[in-house]
Design a binder for this molecule. Structure first.
Ligand code: SDX
Length: 436
């Protein structure tokens, strides 16, 4: 690969260094472009713009490749667990058995919310969306642990991580309990991460809920597959906020807000709504696909398409095969799964989707599994957030350790040129009388 590129503008030529990643991805380094040429680049939606160099996750969208710290997602899904993957994403290497046990115990040890935090739940209406609760409560954590604001010591970072992972799980479980008017439940020290969440959600004062192994493993797999995904919208948001030296809780709370959108993590609940609508309305899959192709319909096939994957999302493949396995194991039959498969088949053979390289993404099948294991639909994106927590933390750590500059993109201004206040008022047909 050449070491630099030449940009010719008029009679001037500018040399731009080429940065090459460990997977041979080339990038033009334009960090000196404005100083040299007075010009900036413009890339609406950042489809062609690298915001950082990172060592956490690698994606090759054309090949449908996803690797956590170099290990293929297929191997991680088969051999690892959510907490082991989380540890590796955050600290760079797989933990020893002793390190993993300590990590799990520390998370359980720091899962309790401060009693004053629990009172906040009374302030939300029972109909509050759990993503609104999650983002506000995670941000509120910084009020209770001010010593973790600056993270002066390495041990402070570890404490912030285990509190965040433990208390995010508690906030999620409590937001569900608050919505159904049931008492909060604490985690059990003998239970693993995903099983404990289900225990905290579905245990009642008169009946302890211990999730069947296959159900706990299915949720653990969902969390593992969502754990990181390079510079997606929410992770970029966490890096953006972290670049101002905002604390970890505030940065991750911003990530939760970005994830909530239906074009991003909110798609998993929209997929279920779409499948349910097809089932209830009797509208044919053919007509749904046709509607998704009509620009003016404003409707999109949720769970389809991806900014980076122009091939199958490897996570969708893994979740699809897990769907059949989990439903068979728990003896559940879900007609929505059949509709999803019919929809996928129709779209994959339709010129519009083929031409645009639109394939099922991670959200297309994940909701089917979550529904099968009893997660309410409005908690689907919360599950995504719990899974993505290690990726957000790992990226925030890179920003903090890298001492990177504050993220501050530029723009091309397209508004009114210089004018006076009076001329603006006249243009707006307003009188020039000013009264303060
Ligand atoms: C996630 O970035 C990540 O890594 C995200 C994620 C992660 O792990 O963090 O993978 C998780 O967010 C997955 C995506 C979940 N969202 C959805 O399923 C919502 C439906 N998908 C689309 O809205 C869309 O595909 C996006 C948002 C995912 C990607 O949007 P892009 O890259 O901006 O694509 P685009 O809007 O430029 O679409 C290109 C063309 C357009 O048609 P034309 O203008 O060329 O005629 O494809 C069309 C779009 O209209 N298109 C779709 C479509 N997705 C794109 N048409 C119908 N249905 C769709 N789903």
């Amino acid at each position: 690969m050449a070491q630099s590129a030449k940009l010719v503008v008029g009679d001037k030529t500018y040399e731009l260094p080429i940065v090459t990643g460990t997977e041979a991805e080339p990038a033009l380094d334009i960090s000196k472009l404005r100083a040299q040429s007075g010009m900036i680049t413009l890339d609406e939606g950042y489809g062609n713009t690298g915001s950082c160099e990172s060592k956490v996750t690698f994606i090759d969208g054309e090949q449908g490749i996803l690797r956590y710290r170099g290990i293929p997602i297929e191997e991680m899904a088969e051999k690892s667990s959510f907490l082991e993957s989380a540890y590796m994403l955050i600290w760079g290497e797989l933990p020893s058995e002793k390190e993993l046990t300590r990590f799990r115990d520390q998370i359980n040890e720091h899962s309790m919310l401060h009693e004053s935090m629990k009172m906040h739940f009374d302030g939300f209406p029972p109909t509050a969306h759990p993503m609104a609760i999650l983002s506000s409560m995670i941000n509120a954590l910084s009020c209770f642990y001010p010593h973790l604001d600056e993270l002066q010591e390495g041990r402070d970072f570890e404490e912030a991580v285990v509190r965040l992972m433990g208390q995010t799980r508690a906030i999620a479980a409590y937001s569900y309990k608050a919505s159904v008017g049931e008492p909060f439940v604490y985690p059990r020290p003998d239970m693993r991460y995903a099983a404990n969440l289900l225990h905290m959600m579905f245990t009642r004062p008169y009946r302890d809920y211990v999730p069947p192994t296959e159900i706990a493993e299915a949720l653990d797999l969902i969390f593992l597959l969502h754990a990181d995904h390079e510079q997606n919208c929410s992770t970029s948001t966490v890096r953006m906020v972290g670049s101002s030296r905002a604390n970890l809780f505030a940065s991750v709370a911003a990530g939760v807000c970005a994830l909530w959108g239906p074009l991003h993590g909110g798609a998993n609940q929209e997929v279920l709504r779409m499948l349910q609508e097809i089932k209830d309305s009797g509208i044919s899959v053919k007509n749904i696909v046709a509607k998704a192709k009509q620009k003016d319909s404003g409707f999109r096939l949720f769970g389809f398409g991806h900014r980076v994957y122009k091939n199958f999302d490897p996570r969708a493949k893994i979740i699809k095969s897990a769907c059949d396995r989990v439903l068979a194991k728990i003896g559940a039959v879900d007609p929505l799964l059949d509709i999803a498969k019919e929809l996928e088949e129709a779209a994959l053979h339709d010129e519009y989707f083929i031409e645009r390289k639109l394939y099922p993404n991670v959200d297309f099948y994940s909701g089917i599994i979550m529904r099968a294991i009893g997660i309410p639909i409005n908690m689907f994106t919360v599950m995504f957030a719990i899974g993505r927590m290690p990726g957000w933390i790992a990226n925030w750590k890179e920003v903090r350790e890298g001492n990177s500059r504050i993220n501050r993109p530029r723009q091309i201004y397209q508004g009114p040129t210089l004018r006076t206040y009076e001329s603006a008022r006249e243009k707006g047909g307003l009188s020039t009388v000013t009264s303060r």
